[in-house]
Structure formats: structure tokens, C-alpha cells
Design a protein around this ligand. Structure first.
Ligand SMILES: NC(=O)c1ccc[n+]([C@@H]2O[C@H](COP(=O)([O-])OP(=O)(O)OC[C@H]3O[C@@H](n4cnc5c(N)ncnc54)[C@H](OP(=O)(O)O)[C@@H]3O)[C@@H](O)[C@H]2O)c1
Length: 353
């Protein structure tokens, strides 16, 4: 077991011998900016290279003053870690050069999440699947991460059978453009101006609720609902898990909430659920209250509230979980994957169970 003082010594030694070379691709976006903030308060010694599109290249990062570089400069360097905060198609196109130039790639896109050779990791849930031999690691879909944080401890204790969920997903889940579209609609409404047709969301989002996140695919299931099912099965290693979800976009700026009813093999009580949740340091549980998206914004924790058992059914539990989807749903989770890999390097072993 690696205790805090030995990790500190390791970081100190590493900072003297070899500052880590870190690249962030998509550094000017919402997830990229949060990652830069996390590195700014990180104890690790590192040098950071920031890449963005031609729209941002040459401009200064508002957080560090460093200039964003165009993507074609990436091949000129060698990196210990590259974080991807870009869309799926670009991650796929860049894969060969990333594997050539970077020892590890931590990918926040959905491009390779379901690939059998790619670990799909939430460190508190399945950090044990991380290994120094796997150069490409995916960070799960934000809604999936938040749901799994609350469900995994319950699954370990009581055996998860089925999940029924409805999500309340903020505008920033669709990146800078999603956030700007909502802000522009609210501005137009407050000024009595005519709103432009929406470009990012399928309907106007201001003062509305849209029961569609991502494209609607076969069987009427949206891409977000499909991610929730398939990624949850992979992370929890439950290939037959039943997940019934409706993913909904709501006009909040930040943080995703999910109302969940879960069904278990074994009976459980609310105190027993609270005890199981207590084992996950990334959760903040309120048995007599709840957190809202505004309260969860800026927090790295997943906040569980409205805990109850309905219809006197001891095999079920209903609750509301909400978390900052840019932090725990993306950048903080990716940063934790990096920390975990650095711990593995220190231990020089293949996995921490
Ligand atoms: N937002 C969330 O809540 C969230 C949660 C989980 C996962 N993710 C995933 O994280 C990734 C980034 O999401 P985001 O919300 O941060 O998106 P975003 O705010 O739209 O930022 C996208 C980033 O990609 C860059 N980019 C776009 N085209 C590029 C190109 N051709 N070459 C180089 N860079 C390019 C943009 O640069 P410019 O600024 O120069 O255009 C920007 O830095 C996506 O895969 C998303 O699915 C996001």
C-alpha cells in the first residue's frame, strides 16, 4: 500500500529527476480548461503543452497565459501523458500519432470506450483494471460516471439487477457551444429579442426541457441512453445488467442530476445503503436532504440525496445523484486516472486492487 508520505517522496524525486511532459488536446474547451486548473494545483512536476484548433492557436490561455499551439505541432514533441478533450472523430484520426508520441493517452471522448483492449475507468469504482501496460485509457461518459459512483458500492454489497433512471443534463454537457447557445437564448428572452434557431440542441433550451441527449438511434434510443447502458455494463462487469433510462437536457448551466431507482438481488435498508456508500470517498450522502446542480457545481464529489424505498420493496432503492459533469464526469476523473497510473509507476507493479 502506498501511503501519503511515500507518494509525496516519490513526487519530490520525480520532480527532481524528470518533470512529466503533459499535452492537452482540446485545451481551450470546457473539459480542457478544467484540466489545466487541476494541474495548476497538482503536486506533480510537469511541463504542459496546450493544443487547440486553428481558431485558438496563437491565442493565450486565460488561466496560464501560455499560447495554444496548432495541432500540427504535436508531432514535434514526446509526451508522458496526453489528455484528449476533443470530439470522437478527431480522437480516432489522431490515434496513430498519439500512440507514437505519448506513453499514455487519457481519452475523454467516446471513441474507444467500448474497445475490449481499452480500460474504461472510474478510479474509485474499477481502478483495479488500470495497468501500466495499457497505453490508452478512456474516461467514461459523464452521466455514466456519476451514476456508477453511486451504484457501484450498492452493487458490491447487494448485487445490482436493474436500473431505471432519468437524467437532468446541463447545457455545458454539450461543450462551449451548448453553454453559449443557452446563454444567448436567455439574453434574447430578457431583452425581448427574437431568438435564433437552435444549432447545438434540437429545440430551444431556455425555459424548456428536451427529452433527447445525442442522436436518436435504432429503437428510438438516444446515443446518451445507449452509452449509459453499454458503459455501465462494462464498468460494473455486468454484461446482462438491465438499464432503462430517459436522458433529458435541462436549462441548467452546469452539473448533471440523475433520478435512479435500482433493483437488487439481496434486500437492503437505507442505513445499510448508507454504510455501503461510506466506503466511496468520492460521495457526499445526505439521507435527509439533497444537493442541487447549483450546489454541486465546482465540487469534485457526487452528491446523493432523496434516498428512499418505495412500495415497501426491500430489494429497491430510489435516490437522486448530482455532480459537476465537467469535473467528476470528465476532467477530474481523467486527472485521477493519471494520478493512479503515477502510483502504479511508483509501486512498479501492474495493478493496484
Ligand atoms: N462538457 C462535458 O460535460 C463533457 C463531459 C464528459 C466528456 N466530455 C467530452 O470531452 C470532450 C471535450 O468536450 P468539451 O465539452 O470540452 O468540448 P468543447 O468545450 O466544445 O471544446 C472542444 C475542444 O476541442 C478543440 N478542437 C475542436 N476541433 C479541433 C481541431 N480540429 N483540432 C484541434 N482542436 C480542436 C476546441 O478548440 P477551439 O476552442 O480552438 O475550437 C476545444 O478546445 C468531448 O469528447 C466530450 O464528449 C465532455
Amino acid at each position: 500500500v502506498l501511503n501519503t508520505s511515500s507518494l509525496f517522496c516519490f513526487i519530490l524525486m520525480q520532480s527532481i529527476t524528470h518533470p512529466l511532459k503533459i499535452a492537452i488536446i482540446g485545451a481551450s474547451g470546457l473539459a480542457g480548461q478544467e484540466l489545466i486548473r487541476l494541474f495548476q494545483v497538482s503536486p506533480f512536476a510537469y511541463s504542459l503543452s496546450l493544443f487547440a484548433s486553428g481558431r485558438s492557436a496563437g491565442k493565450a490561455c486565460p488561466l496560464s497565459g501560455q499560447l495554444y499551439e496548432p495541432l500540427d505541432h504535436f508531432g514535434q514533441g514526446e509526451y508522458d501523458y496526453t489528455f484528449l478533450a476533443i470530439e470522437d472523430a478527431l480522437a480516432i484520426a489522431l490515434q496513430p500519432i498519439l500512440l507514437e508520441k505519448s506513453r499514455y493517452v487519457v481519452d475523454k471522448s467516446a471513441a474507444f470506450r467500448l474497445h475490449p483492449d481499452v480500460p474504461l475507468v472510474i478510479p474509485e469504482v474499477n481502478g483495479g483494471v488500470l495497468s501500466l501496460g495499457a497505453p490508452w485509457v478512456s474516461s467514461p461518459n459523464c452521466t455514466t460516471t456519476i451514476a456508477c459512483m453511486a451504484l457501484a458500492p450498492l452493487h458490491r454489497a447487494f448485487g445490482l439487477k436493474r436500473v431505471v433512471a432519468a437524467s437532468y443534463q446541463s447545457a455545458s454537457g454539450a461543450g462551449v457551444r451548448g453553454l453559449k447557445e443557452l446563454e444567448a437564448q436567455v439574453h434574447c428572452w430578457s431583452q425581448g429579442l427574437e431568438t435564433h434557431s437552435p444549432e447545438v440542441f434540437p429545440q430551444p433550451l431556455a425555459f424548456n426541457v428536451i427529452p433527447q441527449v445525442g442522436a436518436i438511434g435504432p429503437g428510438g434510443i438516444s446515443s446518451e441512453e445507449s452509452k449509459l447502458l453499454l458503459e455501465m455494463r462494462k464498468i460494473l462487469e455486468l454484461k446482462d445488467l438491465e438499464v432503462y433510462s430517459t436522458c433529458v437536457r435541462v436549462p441548467t448551466l452546469r452539473a448533471h442530476g440523475i433520478a435512479i431507482t435500482a433493483f437488487f438481488e439481496k434486500p437492503l435498508s437505507i442505513p445499510a445503503a448508507a454504510e455501503a456508500w461510506g466506503a466511496n470517498p468520492g460521495l457526499a450522502v445526505q439521507l435527509d436532504g439533497y444537493a442541487t446542480p447549483l450546489q454541486a457545481s465546482g465540487s469534485t464529489l457526487c452528491h446523493v440525496g432523496r434516498v428512499r424505498q418505495e412500495n415497501d420493496n426491500a430489494h429497491t432503492l430510489s435516490f437522486f445523484v448530482v455532480a459537476d459533469q465537467i469535473l467528476k464526469g470528465a476532467s477530474y476523473n481523467a486527472y485521477q486516472i493519471f494520478e493512479h497510473l503515477e502510483r502504479l509507476k511508483k509501486l512498479n507493479c501492474e495493478a493496484i486492487i
